[in-house]
Design a protein around this ligand. Structure first.
Ligand SMILES: C[S@@+](CC[C@H](N)C(=O)[O-])C[C@H]1O[C@@H](n2cnc3c(N)ncnc32)[C@H](O)[C@@H]1O
Length: 253
């Protein structure tokens, strides 16, 4: 009986320690702050499509999950969706495959057209840096020169949100997960031939353009892609900007 009591007390103490832990409290606050930010990705993507002032637009979404969350909200004459169906079993998309397979099949002339160009490509598939880097490189081949590559989850509010393992829910970030997308975005922030910025909303909506000046490349050095270096130099590393400022940049151009 005493042993059982001690075991329950021990578990209770561990629970209290977890709940009162400073990292846990900070993560909860920062998750809540991020959830309260506006606008969401769909509004930003629709703004960009609309800014092109075209009667026909072509939109590609990599990683769709439940289309009700974003894909179905996007206003574009043509829309293409790609997802292997890992997180949403019904997976009602056009191409039930990984983004790598999708781009390979276009290159090999098996689907769509080899010379297809999209006006906006939204990258929101596997949130690990090497995959996101491949998604950006492939997207650069299939984006119109005046088009936009948009990336979700570029601004993780804590190191726990940017963990590699999606399913470790015991972390202070719980089930919130931005993965290591920021590392791929940061790599492209150093590219002098592209423009990029990150809208400070909805976990960081990164935008890359070949032609529209969205700001200068970063000169921040972070050779080991350390989270604490990102955190200390967040504004410059990501070119973090408010949505209203972003809209002015697009309209001015
Ligand atoms: C964060 S969800 C997408 C959310 C959606 N874009 C939205 O805005 O609500 C990530 C999706 O990426 C898909 N995914 C995982 N690995 C992928 C890959 N290699 N290529 C394409 N999609 C992938 C998952 O199946 C999942 O449905």
């Amino acid at each position: 009986m005493l042993k059982k009591y001690k075991e329950i007390k021990n578990r209770y103490n561990i629970g209290c320690r977890f709940l009162n832990d400073a990292y846990n409290i900070e993560s909860n606050i920062k998750s809540q702050e991020e959830i309260n930010k506006n606008p969401f990705r769909s509004e930003i993507i629709n703004f960009l499509l609309d800014s092109l002032d075209k009667s026909d637009t072509n939109y590609l979404e990599i990683g769709v999950r439940n289309p009700e969350d974003n894909f179905n909200k996007i206003i574009s004459t043509k829309k293409v969706s790609v997802d292997p169906g890992i997180e949403f079993k019904t997976n009602p998309v056009d191409y039930k495959m990984t983004s790598d397979d999708f781009f390979n099949q276009i290159k090999n002339g098996k689907i769509l057209r080899r010379d297809i160009k999209f006006d906006v490509i939204f990258i929101d598939g596997l949130h690990l840096a090497d995959q996101v880097e491949r998604d950006i490189n492939n997207s650069l081949d299939y984006i119109q020169d005046y088009g936009f590559i948009v990336l979700h989850d570029c601004n993780p509010p804590t190191e726990f949100h940017s963990r590699e393992s999606f399913s470790y829910y015991m972390s202070p970030a719980k089930y919130y997960w931005n993965g290591t997308t920021w590392k791929a975005f940061f790599k492209f922030r150093q590219n002098r031939e592209l423009y990029s910025c990150c809208i400070n909303s909805d976990w960081g909506v990164g935008v890359i353009s070949k032609n529209i000046d969205l700001g200068k490349p970063t000169t921040i050095l972070n050779p080991f892609y350390e989270y604490h270096v990102l955190d200390k130099n967040r504004n410059d590393s990501l070119n973090l900007i408010d949505y209203e400022v972003f809209k002015c940049k697009i309209r001015k151009d």
